[in-house]
Design a protein around this ligand. Structure first.
Ligand code: NAD
Length: 468
């Protein structure tokens, strides 16, 4: 296993793109059994190499074995889920047609978009590369795969394992950084699936627009958590929030970026957080210099705050943070939890509603009124109550951002749909000719009158529905 990343020579990228095109055009990816076999192979890749994947994640990111094993498990589960449902997802939909169209043959067919590109970030390198790839395989696309250069051990391992387990003519890893990505972007892909920062997302979407390439952007942002005054189990809320904030060292797109706690329960919440903190880390994890954002905050560090001055930082809780604090400037993407006190949930909602739409809004509350108000008065990719992250465990609901946190979705069938084009098929029988009689020239008064009569025939009854 090497931590040195061999960049794919840019001179090879044209050939790789050509190979992916040829494979797609060969038609073999249209075969559903071929796709299922590739999905099983991807599950095997993750299962048989789980220990090596764990070591690579440890080498690049210092991931604890428990979290690293989770990456391999998610790939296995998602691949098997796609293989199990593929026939059902790929089946044409036959809408029932009304009136004269009822005899027509019409269907909606999921066809592969074609040759696609998956670009992934460093924070969960295997999951965020292979989960979109599962959608591409399931949909019948060939794919270029561009992992992050910031996790070189993981990216090297992917380049080694992908051709060993998957069809090497259909799924090809291209390693490198900006130069290699730019070389990839000179080609016309049929879809680009990008996961990463908003800054780079704009570069990708701009390049794609030149070639009218559709894009999925899975971006980040500052996902807030609200702890409402009616929160019945503050200990549990504190435990779940602290777990979420420190999983993967807070380097998760859906992490709890910061907390709004209603002032009346703030002291109880802080006390619970500190108690839980001591159970998670019985002795001090790190002791060294502090980190630049923490130097600039005007809040109070009540736990953690230590780091090695280079890459590591202890899980840190900061209270007394105001909305104009350094910690509120951009996505934190680390294990620092700023807490802002608010007079009411309404005050938190007003602040959130003025910010760019986050990937998720979390709230700890049992109140149906608060849930309804939050849902109605804010915008985000998702809204989750009484836990953090658990939405990631549901394959059946699409995952994705909104506004500044991105567009397009994936997970489960949504992954298949992201890489599929819904192609309409319509066949009009010659027996339909009698219903077309009036459409041909010369137009007659009689046909015109019949058409006008139809306009008047529709009963539009919205007054009633508005009253009720
Ligand atoms: P990044 O945007 O810096 O990099 C992502 C990819 O883009 C990498 O493969 C990188 O090589 C490439 N890239 C970087 N600069 C480029 C450029 N100038 N031109 C072309 N390509 C370029 O993101 P990152 O730092 O690796 O990841 C962290 C970000 O990703 C955070 O903002 C996080 O919230 C977000 N994220 C989102 C999700 C999600 O599902 N929505 C998941 C994980 C991470």
């Amino acid at each position: 296993m090497s931590s040195f990343l061999t960049h794919t020579p840019t001179s090879e990228i044209d050939e790789i793109y050509g190979r992916l095109q040829r494979t797609y055009k060969s038609g073999r990816l249209l075969n559903i059994e071929y796709r299922r076999q590739q999905l099983y192979q991807l599950a095997r890749l993750a299962q048989e190499n789980a220990a090596t994947i764990e070591k690579a994640l440890q080498a690049d990111l210092g991931k604890p074995p428990f979290e690293a094993a989770g990456e391999a498990l998610r790939i296995i589960e998602s691949s098997l889920d796609a293989a199990a449902h593929l026939h059902q997802w790929a089946a044409p939909e036959r809408p029932s047609l009304a009136g004269p169209q009822s005899t027509w043959d019409a269907s909606i067919n999921s066809v592969p978009k074609g040759v696609v590109l998956v670009i992934s970030p460093w924070n969960s390198p295997f999951t965020l590369t292979f989960n979109p790839l599962i959608g591409a395989i399931a949909a019948g696309c060939s794919a270029g795969i561009k992992p992050s250069e910031h996790t070189p051990t993981c990216a090297s391992l992917m380049a080694q394992l992908v051709p060993k387990y998957l069809d090497p003519e259909a799924y090809i890893v291209v390693n490198g950084a900006v130069e290699e990505t730019n070389a990839l972007l000179t080609h016309r892909w049929d879809h680009i699936f990008f996961t990463g920062s908003g800054k780079v997302g704009k570069i990708i979407a701009t390049a794609a627009a030149q070639l009218l390439t559709p894009v999925t952007l899975e971006l980040g942002g500052k996902s807030p958590v609200i702890v409402a005054e009616d929160c019945t189990d503050v200990d549990l809320a504190a435990k779940r929030i602290l777990w979420g904030k420190t999983s993967n060292a807070g380097q998760v797109c859906v992490t709890a970026d910061h907390v709004f706690v209603v002032r009346s329960i703030a002291p109880v919440f802080y006390e619970a957080l500190l108690r839980i903190y001591k159970t998670f880390w019985p002795s001090s994890a790190l002791q060294d210099q502090s980190w630049s954002l923490l130097d600039r905050t005007r809040g109070t560090v009540i736990a953690g705050g230590d780091g090695d001055g280079v890459r590591k930082i202890a899980p840190t809780i900061v209270t007394g943070v105001k909305t104009d604090d350094a910690l509120m400037e951009e996505e934190i993407f680390g294990p620092i939890l700023p807490i802002l006190e608010v007079q009411s949930v309404g005050e938190a909602i007003s602040h959130i509603a003025q910010q760019p739409a986050p990937l998720v809004i979390y709230a700890f509350t049992e109140s149906e009124d608060i849930k309804r108000k939050l849902f109605a008065e804010t915008r985000s990719g998702a809204i989750v109550f009484n836990d953090v992250y658990s939405q990631l465990r549901i394959q059946e609901i699409p995952f994705g951002g909104f506004g500044e946190s991105g567009y397009g979705t994936y997970f489960g069938k949504a992954s298949f749909d992201a890489f599929s084009h819904k192609r309409s098929f319509v066949n009009i029988p010659s027996s339909a000719e009698s219903s077309f009689a009036s459409r041909y020239r010369p137009f007659t008064e009689e046909a015109y009158d019949a058409l006008k009569a139809k306009i008047g025939q529709h009963k539009i009854t919205d007054e009633k529905s508005l009253e009720s």
